[in-house]
Design a protein around this ligand. Sequence first.
Ligand code: 3PG
Length: 392
Amino acid sequence: VKKLNELDVSGKRVFIRADLNVPQDDAGNITEDTRIRASIPSIQYCLDQNAAVMVTSHLGRPTEGQLSADDSLMPVAVRLGQLLNCPVRLINNWINGDFEVKPGEVVLLENCRGNVGEKKNNEELAKKMAALCDVYVNDAFGTAHRAEATTEGIARFAPVACAGMLMGAEIDALSKATENPARPLVAIVGGAKVSSKLTILRTLADKVDQLIVGGGIANTFLLASGKRIGESLAEPELVKEAQAIMDMMKARGAEVPLPVDVVVADEVSALARANRIPADEVGAHDRILDVGPKTAAKLADIIAHAGTIVWNGPVGVFEHAQFAGGTKMMASAIAHSEAFSIAGGGDTLAAIAKFHIAEDIGYISTGGGAFLEFLEGKTLPAIAALEERFDN
Ligand code: 3PG
């Protein structure tokens, strides 16, 4: 793809599609601003070159044509202004270009999913957006798996289309972990449900040297190996799939390491009383909410010997202290490892922040769904559109 830092954008009208879809609390305060910070280098590069900069993003999944106050990028405009140290005006109803932006100035164009046709990648809408700029920059790696008007359509019609700094960094780092990775390649896939991670589990089982599963996913694997899991979160209907993944790994000489001890309680809450027990002593009313210390040590040992680590998802309910031990020990093992590590996904980012290990991770992706689809080897439509423009 063509890259922004190879272009001279001085005096040009630049349209940057960023992914500023950040989590907020009920009062609308931004609770985690990694994505906003990650958008700064491209914006700053354009401002330094005296370009007239328009930035847009989606926020949440609003009904098209009906943005409510909750859908507004206003808190993002404020945060962006603080980080860039300059005012960032928020522009409503921008699609017809009825606004002004001067060279050296940056404006934020209100939630692009407010435009009718954005989600469906409407061609007329994409052409209207393309007409707003001389250069289109896609820096929204987190939305690269969506073919929408601001991520895919516009790339086909803008006079010039290129990848921003973040998009470039994401593609480079994720490619490093997937194409010819230093071995052993160890993947950690945690989280609540096998169903939401089935494709990635299958893909990884075909590529990695060790596959560690955690959280509700591990419970379904425990079921598949004949263990009792009491009232733990699991998907019994996917036991056969879990078995198939374990068989795939076994055929390659690496068993999926399942918990030998677990932390259980009878409810998920900050006050729940936790018990550490062997994995084959789980009672009928127990819920498995973390791996036990023996398991955590075993997983840490696998991680310590890795050449490359891919991490998506925690191994326990780390939001509560009594169920955080497993994820903490694993996070610490990743942080201390010499391996090249990449991590992605909302819960994983929250765990990295909680255990203060961001500095020690090789690369932290801003993608959730996009991160997984890239690792699955899927073509991400927004990246494909940039590649097509580069070739022609
Ligand atoms: C994400 O948070 O994964 C991206 O911003 C994409 O959001 P979406 O799933 O609403 O398209």
